[in-house]
Design a protein around this ligand. Sequence first.
Ligand SMILES: [Zn+2]
Length: 486
Amino acid sequence: MKKFSLTILGILATLAVVILVRAVTFPSRQLQVGPAQAIAIDRDGAVKRLSAAIRFKTISFQEPSDAFAQEFTRLHVFLAKSFPRVHQQLTKETVNDHSLLFAWNGKDTRLKPMMLMGHMDVVPVDAPTETHWTHPPFAGQIADGYIWGRGTMDDKVSVLGILEAVEYLLSAGFRPQRTIYLAFGHDEEIGGHNGAAKIAELLRARGVELEYVLDEGMNVVDGIIPGIAAPAALIGIAEKGYLSLELSVETAGGHSSIPPIDTAIGIISRALQRLEAAPFPARLSGPTRRMLEFLGPEMAWPQRLALANLWIFDPLVTKQLAASPLTNAIIRTTLAPTLFNAGINEYILPTQASAVVNLRILPGDTIAGIAEHVRQTIDDPRVKIAALPIRVEPSEVSDIEAASFQLIHRTIRQAIPEALVAPALLVAGTDSRYYAPLTKNIYRFLPITLRPDDARRYHGIDERISLQDYERCVRFYAQLIRNSQP
Ligand SMILES: [Zn+2]
């Protein structure tokens, strides 16, 4: 018995030592870089141009509107006036009336081109909330160290920031070895079917293969990840898929004074209840696991110990991540009921009821598998399940060992020296998915800082960017273009 206890003790001691050693030797994945090259940005001019671009109401509505179509043309004219070198020295194509594709031809045609992306459209401002803005959403006001308005974060900042960087490089006499495409869609907020999709088709028809694509998507988060004191620059290496399922039921209806045992509303409610009670399985895999491998070595002790030893602490870490909606969304396919329709009158039993659940699909899952899980969970043949038209499989996961990932990593470390870098999963969708046939290397990053209070500004009230962040965006793009040359 004593010998047995000693053996157990020995195993536990060894385990403790292994866990500690792994935590102590958990290797940092952060690249060490020298300082960035000097880039003499005309900050005041750049700020004024972004501010002016905010005033064009290039709004994407679900229902197309001619009045707003003209705003895109006016924005194009403004861009041509504001970035004369870009418009003289790059080839410009207008795709499907409102999207723009620029090509800056490199000297070495053997190199695969790179692409920088952004979109010119913005989401509407909800009329009742317009008066809640500190500064009007389409005025582009510069105040308190910020530029305010729709598009300052999503995503005129990318379009203007990229153009500023290229205009600067042209003025500095820079000529690329590698061809650079700049692709600016006009309907990202409603799916990108007429903008980015068409640009991608055009390039594909020409046989273009890209070295890498950089789009908006993820940012520098500060004070948001527990256990990390430094800001973290998250590079989206994949994005979740998208599916909406309509659940519907038809019943005989009748007078509410003689209700049957099962009513239409009751049947749909029960289906939703079952779905919410049986979440999709969580897993620490793919981009989220890569993120923990990059952030873990930089974390405070308890987190560092756990993340260095996921082989044993995986269930514990998964449970913690599942506890908050923000992190729950990066470890599983999520389901959210978003519509519920039934009934016409308080004393009539509805003959039909329906609900829509919106699903965001984790890479590794598929639309077919998810739909089957929903059907089996509801387990009620009376409930008809139909997929709504917009369906997007999760993206491929881009390689973090690829030269272009390292390049973006290195550029971030130069442009934002205080930030840590990590790959991550984007829970929303971007235009970049249309370029998947042209390259395996698709990354999603825009160097603006999000503090805990800022995420709500996306598509929300008081969208704004600090002057410092905007200057940093321009520097980042200029540095990235330079770094992307062999
Ligand atoms: Zn966007």
